[in-house]
Design a protein around this ligand. Structure first.
Ligand SMILES: N[C@@H](CCC(=O)N[C@@H](CS)C(=O)NCC(=O)O)C(=O)O
Length: 313
């Protein structure tokens, strides 16, 4: 979430050398400008103290198609807390602001705070609502076993990112769609920027995820290892992957992260983007169909959970 006052101040700051050069200002005039900029920045700090941040209590920064976002969004929806979603176009935040999504902004006393990284956000929600919401928040309770499983689900999420980009970077139209260029909820300037910058964004994604044939194969193996392990666990008809009758956050995390390839009805709740299987490249469809066939219990588990919880009809 960008503070407009700071964005404006930074823009002016960047333009200062240009201003000095164009107007041919003296050293003293340039020094005066520097002092003015410092006072302006101080004014922003003071106004923040005098007029504490307002706005919604919680804001979740997101991108349209993200399995990590979906994990947090689903937990927040299930918890029943009020929040607003602030959608960005994919890749802009990572490469130009150095932040990942999901990112949760919330009020803490007179100031606003923020957390990135889905596991930490869930720990915050548990800490903030575990006691006050009681039974309704019980699914968020972290145990050693759940934390360990969540860690493996999240690592598999990275393998899924490699798998997705291996298939989608060569399908620019669909890739841009996944990044949100067709989503009216996202500011038009971001959608246009991502449209224009696509070759650069694709290059940076390819480099940062090291998307190549070897990594693709490794990623498939890692994804399939978790799918096979979960398939075996579900064989006894349990309701929750780690056992027991009650769903907990690891079930939602598993379904949200693995939902990236299955794309069940209701994926993303009301806010995300679904990538219909029929639109994906043939090789991607082949992988998906193989996984559906090889892991039928996992497939049913994810689809049933979505139908029950995300109104996936
Ligand atoms: N470990 C992080 C991973 C988050 C992540 O990789 N998010 C991707 C989207 S799936 C992201 O922020 N991409 C940056 C962007 O698109 O701006 C988490 O669990 O939240």
């Amino acid at each position: 979430m960008l503070d407009k006052r700071i964005v404006l101040h930074t823009a002016f700051l960047l333009l200062l050398p240009l201003l000095v050069a164009v107007l041919g200002l003296s050293v003293w005039a340039a020094l005066l400008l520097v002092l003015l900029m410092l006072f302006w920045r101080w004014g922003i700090v003071l106004s923040g103290l005098l007029r504490p941040a307002t706005g919604p209590k919680m804001v979740l920064e997101t991108i349209s198609a993200s399995h990590y976002v979906e994990k947090v969004r689903w937990c927040m929806d299930r918890l029943g807390v009020e929040y607003e979603e602030l959608p960005w176009c994919g890749t802009l935040g990572a490469f130009y602001l150095g932040r990942t999504v999901p990112r949760l902004h919330f009020r803490t006393g007179a100031v606003r705070s923020q957390i990135g990284n889905s596991p930490e956000i869930l720990r915050y929600l548990w800490g903030a609502y575990g006691a006050s919401l009681g039974e309704a928040a019980a699914f968020l309770e972290p145990t050693a076993e759940r934390l360990e499983f969540e860690g493996r689900i999240d690592r598999c999420g990275v393998s899924l990112q490699v798998w997705i980009y291996y298939h989608l970077l060569d399908a620019p139209r669909l890739c841009k769609h996944a990044w949100g260029v067709d989503s009216e909820a996202i500011p038009a300037w971001q959608r246009r920027l991502v449209g224009v910058l696509f070759p650069l964004q694709a290059f940076m994604i390819r480099k940062s995820f090291r998307v190549n044939e070897t990594r693709y194969r490794q990623s498939c193996e890692r994804i399939e290892a978790l799918l096979a392990e979960t398939e075996a666990k579900l064989a006894d008809g349990r309701c929750s992957i780690l056992g027991g009758e009650q769903i907990n956050y690891t079930d939602l995390a598993f379904a949200a992260i693995q939902g990236a390839w299955l794309q069940p009805a209701g994926y993303g709740g009301a806010a995300g983007i679904r990538i219909e299987r029929g639109r994906t490249p043939v090789a991607m469809q082949r992988d998906i169909e193989r996984w559906v066939e090889d892991y039928p219990r996992v497939t049913r588990f994810i689809e049933d959970l979505y139908e029950a919880e995300r109104d996936g009809t």
